[in-house]
Write a protein that binds this ligand. Structure first.
Ligand SMILES: [Zn+2]
Length: 175
């Protein structure tokens, strides 16, 4: 089912909660993943690269992420190792509407996570998938990308249309 996505500033308190691990791999996990999948698939402009359970008001450690054009679900994800190289990438978030900012993060990660049945697997990610996973995992700890922009003394931008209707980035204060 397509759910409402929580956004700041209205839902700031909820989005700042730390989510709980899944301990019971029952039907509710599958149904949560279905809701996350339906909700992200309903986002078309822009399309969603990832969506975490707390963003739809369920404070469990679950998210879906678009990895090489396929939606994959992650349950109880844990980063076991960060690579030493860092990259900067322009991030946005459905919970932080219309704002974008460059965030510096490790370029590679090793990740352990479970599937919806509780089966554990370990994988290595780099590039955009590593970026999406780190962004989504942050949501499970109540962290938003604008927190990193703030810590890194970065800037946030809003997309605005000029007189000719051409989109451009305009710097705005951090929310
Ligand atoms: Zn996000």
């Amino acid at each position: 089912m397509v759910k409402n996505i929580l956004t700041i500033p209205q839902n700031e308190q909820a989005l700042r909660q730390k989510s709980q691990e899944i301990t019971n791999f029952d039907k509710s996990v599958e149904s949560l993943i279905t809701d996350l999948t339906d909700t992200i698939e309903a986002q078309v402009d822009p399309i969603g690269l990832g969506l975490s359970a707390p963003q739809i008001g369920i404070f469990k450690r679950v998210f879906v992420a678009r990895i090489r054009n396929r939606l994959k679900s992650f349950v109880n994800p844990k980063i076991t190792k960060f690579g030493s190289n860092e990259t900067s990438f322009l991030e946005g978030c459905f919970s932080v509407p219309d704002l974008y900012g460059h965030v510096i993060r490790p370029a590679e990660i090793d990740l352990e996570s479970c599937d919806m049945h509780g089966k554990k697997a370990a994988s290595h990610y780099n590039g955009v998938p590593a970026r999406i996973i780190q962004h989504e995992l942050d949501h499970l700890d109540g962290v938003l990308f604008i927190d990193h922009v703030h810590d890194q003394n970065g800037k946030v931008f809003k997309v605005e249309k000029d007189k000719r209707g051409k989109e451009q980035f305009v710097e705005v204060p951090l929310p």
